[in-house]
Design a protein around this ligand. Structure first.
Ligand code: SAM
Length: 246
C-alpha cells in the first residue's frame, strides 16, 4: 500500500521509518511511503508556505497555493488515493477506520503546522482524521499513527496473521485480555494456572472471560449497548460468582 505524506518536515516521517517494523515493511515491499514538501511548490521568496491570519491573532496559517499544488502532485503519483487531513477537528480515528483504510490502494495524508491550514484547502481534502481530543504541534505524528495502524493490518506485516484479530477494538469489539510470559513466578506474583494447563479450550474461554471483564470495567463506553451471547453471560456470571457478587 502506498502512503504519500505532505509535510514541511519530511525528515520526521523518514526518521521514524528508518527503524523498526514500518521500515522493515517498507523494505519488504508491503508499504511504500513518499513525502511531499509544500516548500517545493512555493512561488514565494525563501519557499515560504505560511502567513499571518486575516483578522489578526496569534500564530501563522499554512497558505493554500503551495498546499494545493502539492496535493495535486501527490494525487497524480497515487491515483485513486483519498486525501486525509490530520486535524484535531477531524473524525476520531478508530480501529474499524484503520481496517477500512487497509482495503484501499493508497492514502495521501496532509500534516498541518502552525494554526492549521487555510480553509480553502479543504475543498481538496476528502477526509479529516483526529488522533484524539488534544492538540499537537503538527500532523506528522498523527500521520505516522495512521500509517502504522493501517500497515499492521496489511497481509504479511505481522508474523502471525491472526494476532491482529485478538487485539483490543478488533473483531470482538472488546479489549484484549492480559498476557504473561516467563518467569512463572515473579516477586510472589504467579501466572494464572489455566494458562499453564495446556488445555486450549479452557485457555480460550478464560481469555474471552478476561476480555469481557476488562472491557466492562475499563471502558463503559464500549460496553454500553453490547449484546452478550449466552456464552458471554455465563462467563460473566461465573466470574461474578467467583468474586462473591452473587
Ligand atoms: N488551531 C488548530 C485547532 O485548534 O484546531 C490546531 C492546529 S495544530 C497546533 C497544528 C496541526 O497539528 C494541525 O493542522 C494538525 O495537522 C495537527 N494536529 C494537532 N493535533 C492533532 C490531532 N489531535 N489529531 C490530528 N492532527 C492534529
Amino acid at each position: 500500500m502506498r502512503f504519500d505524506v505532505i509535510t514541511i518536515f519530511p525528515g520526521l516521517i523518514r526518521g521514524y521509518l528508518h527503524e523498526g517494523v514500518l521500515g522493515r515493511a517498507e523494505g519488504r515491499g508491503i508499504i511504500r511511503v513518499e513525502t511531499w514538501n509544500p516548500r517545493d511548490f512555493s512561488q514565494l521568496p525563501h519557499q515560504r508556505v505560511d502567513d499571518r491570519p486575516f483578522g489578526g491573532g496569534p500564530g501563522m496559517v499554512m497558505m493554500a497555493p503551495p498546499l494545493l499544488a502539492c496535493i495535486s502532485a501527490a494525487r497524480a503519483a497515487n491515483p485513486g488515493a483519498p486525501v486525509g487531513y490530520l486535524s484535531p477537528q477531524g473524525k476520531p480515528l478508530r480501529q474499524n477506520d484503520l481496517q477500512n483504510m487497509a482495503g484501499r490502494p493508497g492514502l495521501i495524508l496532509l500534516a498541518g503546522r502552525y494554526e492549521g491550514i487555510d480553509e480553502r484547502v479543504m475543498g481538496a481534502v476528502d477526509e479529516e482524521w483526529s488522533v484524539g481530543d488534544y492538540v499537537l504541534a503538527g500532523g506528522e505524528l498523527p500521520a505516522l499513527v495512521l500509517i502504522e495502524g493501517v500497515s499492521r493490518l496489511l497481509p504479511g506485516f505481522l508474523g502471525h496473521p491472526g494476532s491482529a484479530e485478538e487485539d483490543s477494538f478488533s473483531s470482538s469489539g472488546l479489549l484484549d485480555c492480559q498476557h504473561y510470559t516467563r518467569p512463572e513466578r515473579w516477586n510472589d506474583e504467579v501466572v494464572p494456572d489455566v494458562l499453564l494447563s495446556g488445555d486450549h479450550r479452557r485457555i480460550a474461554r478464560w481469555r474471552h472471560q478476561q476480555a469481557l471483564l476488562r472491557t466492562r470495567t475499563r471502558r463503559p463506553d464500549l460496553w454500553a449497548g453490547r449484546i452478550l451471547t449466552r456464552e458471554e453471560e455465563i462467563l460473566l456470571q461465573e466470574a461474578d460468582m467467583a468474586e462473591g457478587k452473587y
